[in-house]
Design a protein around this ligand. Sequence first.
Ligand SMILES: C[S@@+](CC[C@H](N)C(=O)[O-])C[C@H]1O[C@@H](n2cnc3c(N)ncnc32)[C@H](O)[C@@H]1O
Length: 309
Amino acid sequence: MQSIHKPVLLQEVVRGILGDVNLTPDLSLQDSNTIPWYVDCTLGGAGHALAIAKALNGNLNILAFDRDPLAVERGYKSLNGLAKQIIIENINARNIKGVLNKHSINSVKYILMDLGISSDELENSGRGFSFLKDEPLLMTMGDPSTYEFTAKTIVNEWQEENIADILYGYGEERFSRRIAHNICTYRTKKIVETSMELAEIIKNAVPVFYRRGKIHPATKSFQALRIAVNDELKSLEQILKDGYDSMETGGKMAVISFHSLEDRIVKNFFKNKSIIGSKIITKKPVIASEQELLENPRARSAKLRILQK
Ligand SMILES: C[S@@+](CC[C@H](N)C(=O)[O-])C[C@H]1O[C@@H](n2cnc3c(N)ncnc32)[C@H](O)[C@@H]1O
């Protein structure tokens, strides 16, 4: 199945990280040692990777990561022939250091992280990411058969207080305590099994004005559960650190985040690196244009930050 994911801030990423690159059109003239490595930590539908490969006329090597096996399979097909070497790993990119070692890649020129899940996972994975679909409550980015820990575990087994802490800490959900309480009352009668069942429990826990607000009342709770299940913030910290260490001087790292917790981690990391000589290319985060928002509402909360080592 083809990817339905529309890459966000596509031109901004390509221009931002390749900006001053000297394009060399003839791949056959290149020695693989001088060809830069582009590491895509979150391949998804490969939209960014494709655009970067085309902008460099195939004059690059690609190492990509995705926890979702379907993204890896699709990635090999869509990138085929567009770079000198293409390696795609079905593993959390927090393992970047070990993977670079395994492939004897000593120096990386460009790194991209486009955080969160893809539209393919949201719409077609059947893993309960969407509160608009009735699917098993898993929320694992990877193949669920390899995960013991799912959203179902949190919702049915954790103590009320810990559920509330997750909803508040990772979702900034103001009604976290009421929602956690409703979940725990519900589960005394029946296990919470599906995404829609959970969305209904959340809806019934919050005040009417909140139910009628601009965003669905389950948005923040679903985001929080997904972040917890996939340990997204710790992964981000690890990738930033090990990714940065693997970059050559002059290399660029671009990160697209979708909520304030992620953006804060990226902003602080870049700030600390700027103290030791790296350059923050984006003084303020780059956000989507009006035109992009019309075409892709998912870009609404996207923030792009770029650092040069
Ligand atoms: C927002 S999408 C990326 C979309 C991509 N940039 C494109 O243009 O199509 C994020 C993808 O990264 C994967 N992902 C998220 N965090 C990851 C991590 N820490 N390691 C590996 N893959 C990750 C998700 O499974 C998802 O497929």
